[in-house]
Design a protein around this ligand. Structure first.
Ligand SMILES: [Zn+2]
Length: 371
């Protein structure tokens, strides 16, 4: 997302807050709970080009968010407890659940001690290839390639394009251009494109996954703590909706079975990679049901409402996004007002895919990129 768009969204969220509209709307738009989506937790990096920074928050912001939801009377629950509350229809007190996608090592280094300090549970969804060091973190590779270059010559949909990548703004633009195009094409091709780009510019990504993601031993160690739930996130982190039915089923089922073997425990929870409408839909939700999973989460934006008791295989989440590290924004989002307005705007728009994609790009408040 461009800095200008981020600024506009921050302005809109602030306006909801200072006018009190969020509190006014909360009785209509508020939910029974919230599932937070996080990726990395680590100390802040220097400003400048860093499109994947939306996937990182600081330990301080995580701590402040946990304190905020506690102070607001939310029960912080494990995924098993969320499932039980939905099943039993027990909504007397609001709940919050913290979930991390992809299995980054910094979850263990920076997030885990914070949850331990509070004595609260959290969950990590792991693509089963990643702890082997075989994960293709192509969204980070693309950032590395653009960071290291001053110009890029690429072919997008068969057309040669010359992208300037000297300044942070130019790099942001080039990243957005290439990233969203890659998200629209078959994932094998997208990954091949990024691999070629890195090779062409001498970017060594051989150890990237090993450097960033926990090993099986680290995961086993973490999973011994009853505060920690491990969920599945497919085998290779592919957008399931782009696969055939049997491929999609295999990606889901194999990841569940492998995690169960490695960690010697049942895996009851799942997160759809990327998790937006183009990556997971009814067919994939049905697969989660077939596999007998208790819950499956998307990156669709929103709070949990009573109706989700009948849709535990397609639960929405609220992203704790690196661009919005202020508890003021969390307060506004907990009112549900931004999601209600966003859904209303979507309903008023024409339905073509292009329009939906444009809206999604502008509203990347819920970082549905690279998840
Ligand atoms: Zn992911």
């Amino acid at each position: 997302m461009s800095r200008r768009t981020t600024g506009l969204l921050k302005g809109a969220l602030t306006a909801l807050h200072v006018t009190g509209a969020d509190r006014l709307l909360a009785p209509l738009t508020g939910g029974v709970g919230v599932i937070f989506m996080l990726h990395s937790v680590r100390p802040a990096r220097a400003d400048g080009f860093g499109p994947n920074r939306i996937l990182e928050i600081t330990p301080e912001f995580l701590d402040a968010t946990i304190s905020l939801v506690k102070a607001r009377g939310f029960d912080v629950l494990s995924l098993d407890e969320v499932h039980a509350r939905l099943r039993e229809g027990e909504f007397d007190r609001p709940f919050a659940c913290f979930t991390f996608d992809d299995g980054y090592r910094d979850n263990r280094t920076y997030a885990y001690p914070i949850f331990r300090k509070h004595g609260l549970p959290f969950a990590i969804y792991v693509p089963s290839d990643f702890p082997d060091g075989k994960g293709d973190l192509w969204w980070i590779k693309l950032e590395m390639a653009i960071a290291a270059t001053e110009t890029l010559s690429v072919r997008i949909d068969g057309v040669a394009e010359h992208l300037e990548t000297r300044t942070p703004d130019q790099k942001d633009e080039a990243f957005a251009r290439i990233y969203w195009w890659l998200r629209s094409i078959p994932e094998g091709e997208a990954r091949g494109f990024v691999a070629d780009l890195c090779e062409m510019h001498g970017i060594d990504t051989a150890n990237l996954c090993r450097d960033l993601v926990m090993t099986w031993d680290e995961l086993r160690d973490l999973a011994r703590d009853p505060l920690v739930t491990i969920g599945a996130h497919t085998r290779r982190h592919l957008a399931l909706a782009k696969l055939t039915l049997s491929e999609a089923r295999l990606e889901m089922e194999e990841s569940v079975r492998r995690l169960e073997r490695e960690l010697a425990r049942p895996i009851r929870h799942f997160s759809f990679p990327y998790g937006d409408e183009t990556s997971a839909g009814e067919r994939e939700f049905e697969l989660a049901r077939e596999l007998g999973l208790d819950t499956a989460v998307t990156t669709r934006k929103g709070l949990i409402h009573e109706r989700h008791a009948r849709a535990t295989n397609s639960l929405p989440r609220l992203s704790l996004n690196g661009d919005y590290q202020s508890t003021r924004y969390v307060k506004v989002m907990l009112s549900g007002a931004p999601f209600a307005l966003w859904n209303m705007a979507r309903r008023l728009r024409p339905s073509p895919m292009a329009a939906r994609t444009a809206v999604r790009r502008r509203w990347s408040l819920n970082a549905d990129t690279s998840t």
